[in-house]
Design a protein. Structure first.
Length: 129
């Protein structure tokens, strides 16, 4: 497999370069800071592989940041946080796990918990108050 073609950020104006430098000095968000450093280093002619090595990142991460900046500009520096993976168990199911049994086994367990068989002594320490 051959080497990938080099990717560089588009030509920056003087005001864009100053804005990037200000972001690298004042950014509170580490993700935004890291992305700004990637763009600045690329604007200075550093290849993606060298930037990745210096920042201990992957080549793909650096390339993605550069492509995003070329497409969207400074909006690409801001992280877009999302909610993550959706819940696999609904909120109602978590609150009332035996209210909606999902299997015949759960049906039997629920029935036995509601109506214990006769002659089975229940000790006080076995029940919750």
């Amino acid at each position: 497999m051959g080497r990938r073609p080099e990717v560089f950020v588009r030509a920056l104006s003087m005001s864009e370069g100053q804005r990037l430098q200000r972001i690298t000095r004042t950014a509170k968000d580490p993700v935004k800071l890291r992305r700004a450093i990637v763009v600045l280093m690329s604007a200075q002619g550093q290849p993606a592989a060298d930037i990745a090595y210096l920042l201990k990142a992957t080549d793909d991460y650096v390339r993605d940041v550069i492509h995003a900046f070329n497409d969207r500009g400074f909006d690409a520096l801001n992280p877009k946080w999302r909610g993550g993976t959706p819940n696999k168990i609904s909120r109602d199911r978590r609150l009332h796990p035996m209210a909606q049994p999902a299997s015949p086994t759960e049906n039997r367990i629920r029935d036995r918990l509601q109506d214990p068989p006769p002659g089975l002594p229940l000790q006080s320490r076995m029940t919750r108050h």
